[in-house]
Design a protein around this ligand. Structure first.
Ligand SMILES: *Cc1c(COP(=O)(O)O)cnc(C)c1O
Length: 510
């Protein structure tokens, strides 16, 4: 097609869009409900009432300007919007650090049993013995898997678990007369919630540099610890956010303990270890578990999170209440407020996200010990497969095998002007959710890929093929092609910073 002809096509397309909207190929250009043209139409058309006295004594109904849209249009609007949501049910979701695995439908079936779905947290406990048994069993399973016997299920997310865990540590220090300990050691590669949690608890954060090797070293730890007198604890993710196992963690935990500090482990990456090793065995004192990551409960827009904490016997007296207690007569009950005097108290209304407890226990029981171990093994195998296939196309910042996620950067593409963002947007163009980008912060242009154990060879190969093609295009000088992506998505590149900083939360008539 010559330039003149292309211009005509573009012109005609614009005309089409102006007249009948940009809807094309079953891909709707969905307007805001308020922008429907039939502003003054009404689905129901009743005559106005005459001579009616207002019995409430309030103002008569005013025109509030709600969109007047017919039921089928409302329905279609929301159904179409729902289909624009990319989810783990629509394709691979290789978002590093997030463990976006398949949510088995068996979990959903169990959570919908009337005896679980239709109960109320204020029901007498004698009428919900089965639900309490589920929670008690989950407490036991998590204790077994982590080697940490004290379990509190109430935190509502990973970050909430961090808060619960660090408050437990703080409470222990205070009641043991160590309230002067004010410093928490955190590697510079940590998830942002770690330092945020420490600061919210009133602690001061001291960074441990890991940039050189991607791992904690004994030397760097010793330097950060100093004489350890002021150190309340450390927060470490293992495997860490670079997808690497912390090899010196046992020695580090020993030194920390000798200085009277506690080891908080961010358990977001537990999928790499579940069923294989118990975090207590490498020195962990407190750990949260993201049920919505490792234990497959719905994630992101799909459901509430759940972040139980597991603690050592020593710290169990201080953790939040309530826990579920099994009595000698085999009945179950919730611990009462104030019953455990050393507890830091409640952090959440009722008992946490019970529906997630049911799903997580179903997942654990349906996999069994061998199945859980295989989850970790397959997750690590899949990530290493991705790494082995892409290591010549992308820069690998840290040598050697990875755990359940692999870390690449855009260093080899930099000279061609192609960045991590362009590569992520190219995945969008090919219908794949991007990997985690620009995290961890210590690695420039980071791309963190976590395929999880539930992806097939076929879907992982497709991800690899698109990433290989992007690297090849960048090498061949087709940078502009990548920088324009996505070209087929309903929206191109958005100003995400502006969207986050200046959200439009109200609709105003034009
Ligand atoms: C996901 C994640 C968290 C926070 O968990 P939420 O459930 O999202 O609050 C904390 N740390 C790491 C490393 C994570 O990946």
């Amino acid at each position: 097609m010559n330039a003149e002809a292309m211009k005509k096509v573009a012109n005609d397309t614009q005309k089409h869009d102006d007249i009948i909207g940009a809807t094309r190929g079953l891909n709707y250009d969905e307007k805001c409900l308020f922008d429907y043209p039939a502003a003054d139409e009404s689905g129901v058309d009743l005559p106005s009432l005459q001579n009616i006295k207002l019995r409430t004594g309030h103002k008569a109904r005013e025109h509030v300007g709600l969109p007047q849209v017919k039921e089928p249009e409302v329905l279609r609007h929301f159904v179409r919007l729902s289909t624009k949501n990319y989810s783990i049910d629509s394709g691979i979701f290789p978002l590093g650090s997030c463990t976006m695995k398949h949510n088995p439908r068996l979990n959903e079936k169990a959570a919908r049993f009337a005896g679980f779905a239709h109960i109320h947290p204020l029901q007498p406990q004698s009428t919900v013995q089965g639900a309490l048994a589920v929670m008690h069993e989950l407490q036991n399973m998590l204790a077994e898997l982590t080697g940490l016997p004290g379990v509190c299920l109430t935190p509502a997310a990973g970050a909430h678990g961090e808060l619960a865990g660090l408050m437990t540590i703080k409470r222990a220090h205070e009641l043991k007369g160590n309230g002067h300990k004010k410093i928490v050691l955190i590697p510079d590669s940590a998830h942002g919630t770690n330092p945020a949690t420490a600061v919210m608890c009133g602690y001061e954060v001291r960074n441990i540099p890991t940039k050189e090797t991607g791992r904690l070293t004994l030397a760097a730890f010793k330097e950060a610890l100093g004489d350890g007198k002021d150190v309340a604890g450390m927060m470490v993710t293992n495997p860490n956010t670079c997808g690497l196992f912390e090899r010196e963690i046992v020695e580090i935990a020993d030194l920390l303990h000798k200085a009277g500090g506690y080891f908080y482990c961010d358990g977001a990456n537990f999928n790499a270890l579940v069923g294989k090793i118990r975090p207590a065995d490498f020195g962990v004192d407190v750990m949260h578990i993201n049920l919505h990551k490792t234990f497959s409960t719905p994630h992101g827009g799909g459901g509430p999170g759940s972040g139980p904490i597991c603690v050592t016997e020593e710290l169990a007296p201080y953790m939040p209440s309530p826990v579920v207690i099994k009595e000698n007569d085999e009945s179950y009950r919730l611990e009462e407020d104030g019953e455990r005097e050393t507890s830091l108290g409640r952090l959440k209304g009722f008992q946490g996200q019970f529906g997630m407890h049911v799903r997580a226990l179903t997942y654990i029981l349906s996999h069994g010990a061998d199945g859980l171990r295989q989850i970790a093994e397959d997750a690590v195998l899949n990530a290493n497969y991705v790494l082995s296939q892409l290591k010549n196309d992308y820069h690998v910042p840290f040598e050697g095998p990875c755990m359940h996620e692999c870390l690449l950067t855009d260093k080899l593409q930099k000279d061609s002007g192609v960045t991590t963002l362009d590569i992520a947007k190219t995945l969008v163009e090919y219908g794949i959710h991007p990997m985690t980008v620009y995290f961890p912060l210590v690695v420039q242009g980071a791309m963190l890929i976590e395929p999880t154990e539930t992806e097939s060879r076929e879907s992982i190969d497709r991800l690899i093929a698109v990433l290989k093609q992007a690297a090849a295009d960048s090498k061949a000088g087709y940078s502009e092609k990548l920088q324009k992506n996505p070209v087929s998505a309903p929206r191109r590149r958005l100003d995400e910073v502006k969207a986050a900083r200046e959200p439009k939360l109200r609709w105003k008539p034009n």
